[in-house]
Design a protein around this ligand. Structure first.
Ligand code: AMP
Length: 288
């Protein structure tokens, strides 16, 4: 299969997208940091199904990593990514250099406010400013009609929706379900950091979320009991250190004590040096 066309220059890709739109074609955008797996590919497949043209962006964004985080060791597998993408025939892969995104003198940062402060934002205080700023920049460069994100990064979906609404970005956001390995582990580019023993331990994330789902199905609606059961699961897995677990009203970062309609339980844990996140919906079907 031939590789998809790659573009590195922001003005060229913007022109390409504008030309498609001027012909009445809809454009789906899938922002990624590369090291693609089936989770990413599910977003590309959704864009392919729903839009006339598909643009995938691959950019390991330095500003969403804090000093000391894994920016330098983050997996970079560009040729393999292109081979994986070929099946989905994206119309362009935008892979800019860091210098073209952050030229000398670059100084702006987008603060999305309270939804970006707690949870991931508390553990990684500069993370969401980096995410919001780069997503805004990417959508200015690749101004698609629909932009695709994964449910796996729950708080990111809330932050991006807030930013896009607050700043009047025209694109529609589509959130796609989390893709998992056969044993339940949420797919993540960071899973490659795990040793076999750590990978086994990492199953406590998805296992504890399945337990929460079972409690919900059998009638439990209180967050206290559900979150306590999750914490208990982690005590039986010494290699995994729970950072936080919380229940939110779906689509928000508002913590709730009781599930009335729809909720999200989200958690983060460290397995060795690797920080992993996962979440699940409780309640009505939440396809968005
Ligand atoms: P990343 O390359 O990690 O920044 O992820 C790019 C996009 O893929 C984000 O919208 C993620 O939420 C999404 N994504 C990552 N892992 C998964 C997964 N296991 N299932 C679905 N989407 C995912």
């Amino acid at each position: 299969m031939t590789h998809p066309p790659v573009e590195t220059a922001p003005p060229a890709v913007r022109l390409m997208v504008r030309n498609w739109q001027s012909l009445g074609q809809s454009v789906g955008v899938v922002p990624t940091m590369g090291a693609l797996h089936e989770g990413h590919l599910s977003l590309v497949a959704a864009a392919r199904d729903e839009c006339d043209k598909v643009a995938v962006t691959i950019f390991v964004n330095p500003t969403q990593f804090a000093p000391g985080e894994d920016f330098t060791k983050y997996p970079r597998t560009f040729d393999h990514d292109l081979a994986l993408l070929a099946e989905f025939t994206p119309d362009v892969v935008f892979a800019p250099t860091a210098a073209s995104i952050y030229p000398d003198g670059f100084a702006t940062s987008v603060d999305v406010g309270p939804v970006a402060r707690g949870f991931e934002g508390a553990s990684r205080p500069t993370h969401f400013a980096g995410v919001a700023t780069v997503v805004l920049k990417l959508l200015n460069i690749v101004p698609g009609d629909v932009v695709y994100f994964g449910q796996k990064d729950y708080q990111q979906t809330v932050v991006v929706r807030r930013m896009m609404a607050d700043l009047n970005l025209p694109g529609i956001v589509r959130i796609c379900p989390t893709v998992r390995e056969a044993d339940g582990l949420a797919m993540s580019s960071r899973n490659t950091y795990l040793t076999p023993v750590q990978r086994e331990a990492a199953l406590v994330l998805s296992r504890s979320l399945r337990l929460a789902e079972q409690m919900y199905v059998t009638g439990e609606r209180g967050s206290e009991k559900i979150l306590a059961a999750i914490r208990e699961q982690f005590t039986s897995e010494p290699l995994a250190k729970l950072d936080y677990v919380a229940m939110f009203a779906a689509g928000t970062m508002d913590e709730i004590a009781h599930i009335d309609t729809r909720a999200v339980v989200a958690l983060a844990a460290k397995v060795g040096e690797t920080r992993l996140i996962d979440n699940t919906h409780l309640g009505d079907d939440l396809s968005m």
